[in-house]
Ligand binder design. Sequence first.
Ligand SMILES: Cc1cc2nc3c(=O)[nH]c(=O)nc-3n(C[C@H](O)[C@H](O)[C@H](O)COP(=O)(O)OP(=O)(O)OC[C@H]3O[C@@H](n4cnc5c(N)ncnc54)[C@H](O)[C@@H]3O)c2cc1C
Length: 486
Amino acid sequence: MPPNYTALFLGNTVGSCTVGGFPSYSINVSSVAQVQLAVIIARELDIRLVIKNTGHDFGGKSTGMGGLSLWTHHMKDWRFYEKYQAVDGSYSGPAFRLGAGIQAFEAFELAKAKNVTVVGGEGKTVGMIGGYVQGGGHSPLTSIYGMAADHVLSINLVTADGRFVTADAKTNSDIFWAVRGGGGSTFGVVTSMVVRAFPQMKVTIMTYNMTTSSTFTPSTFWEAQRAYVDNFEEYADKGFYAYYRIRHVNAQIYHDMNAMVAPNTSESEFRETLAPLFQKWQELGVPFTPFIKEYDNYHDAWKDGFPHEVWTWAMRQASRLIPRENISNTTKRAEIFDSIKGVFDEGANLIMFNIRNPPGTDKIDNAVNPAWRDVLMFAIMFVTWQVGDSAEYATQLNRNLTYEWNPRWRALTPGAGTYMSESDYIEPNWQESFHGWKYKRLLEIKKTVDPWDVFYATNAVGSEEWELEGTLLGHLPSQNSRLCRK
Ligand SMILES: Cc1cc2nc3c(=O)[nH]c(=O)nc-3n(C[C@H](O)[C@H](O)[C@H](O)COP(=O)(O)OP(=O)(O)OC[C@H]3O[C@@H](n4cnc5c(N)ncnc54)[C@H](O)[C@@H]3O)c2cc1C
């Protein structure tokens, strides 16, 4: 990374940046034939192949030193089907074929124009059918519809042997199963997918922010948070979703709700549901002015609810999918809440979701992490540092994340896991965390469809046979080093 964006302790000085962890060559893909050619060249010449869509992946999965990169960003073709028939007869209704480069905001605009709704992420510029849906894909609509991968009907992709194939419930059904949740850059280069569309709906959203002060103390803040989490089960079971952050800003606690989303819910129904919490917060003296509004379509609600997020390079995260049992059981709820507050008090920042997968989604036969099916809270902790911070300081933060803080959440949630696309990139035992009991089948499929390991990404299925040569801060695999077979 350019020196002024990373850290002086890496030895960078202004003017000395190198290509570093980036690929040497990049193909701005405009046709399937180009993808096929690149796959064959990479396989035959033993060149590291990197698939990059938006480049949003937190684990650096879309970059690779010295590689050949396929940049899918401009593959923006799409088509709307008024009545798409799934090959196995499991679905008949509206659907979109989306090209590999379509991003969330584009898909939502298309859906609005066709008076339907699609399941996509909250982040405006995240891809729809790249790492997002291939990793499972959670959405502000997940509490009513499940994961984005649950609504994929057909996939077109280039496999490691260079063939351009369709994978659906009847053809290449192993690949179809694996790509829906098994992770990006693993089974092929997806060029397009058909995804189900849902009827247009009314949506109510809420946003607000608050900061502690001499009159709004941290202890009152946490009491208010506890009261909110007490309602997680009720809210999620109504189909609500919430995405919010709690951060250290200027020695205060800054909390922003961006946003709570209530699909198929009017503003008055929403206010009625939230009234007991608001009452409690008023009694506590919480200073907050919520923005609450009902919309007649999902796109406009999403657009107002989720501002364009800007992330920093000097940031790392770790996370856990917190099961229902840890929220519905009063003692366990107190334990996990105290643990989350504990890592915040020790220096972590928090990104939190109140989210569920609706009943029946656990029966869907795809590769989505089983830990998603029982979730009520998705908790992410993250650390950041500044360009001028010392190596010792950054090392300590990074070590805390993986070896001190996340193990506490893990200990309280045995058998759960986390979400590969928003996780620690050195997540211990990631096979179990990201895939649970599905990992065995995923690895078998990987070995069958890509025996050459043409496709590799950090912590992707089969990647345990590879390692990066160098490390950063003594323990982090460095993208600025060669990828080698172990
Ligand atoms: C601001 C922001 C908001 C986010 N919001 C959400 C959210 O609401 N819900 C959620 O679930 N996640 C969210 N994420 C996480 C997001 O799902 C991951 O970062 C995901 O990996 C992004 O996929 P991408 O294709 O856009 O990015 P990339 O970094 O380009 O790709 C990610 C991975 O997928 C592979 N890949 C990309 N395209 C293809 C393809 N066509 N075929 C095969 N492999 C491919 C890449 O090689 C890489 O391994 C968010 C991330 C950010 C930065």
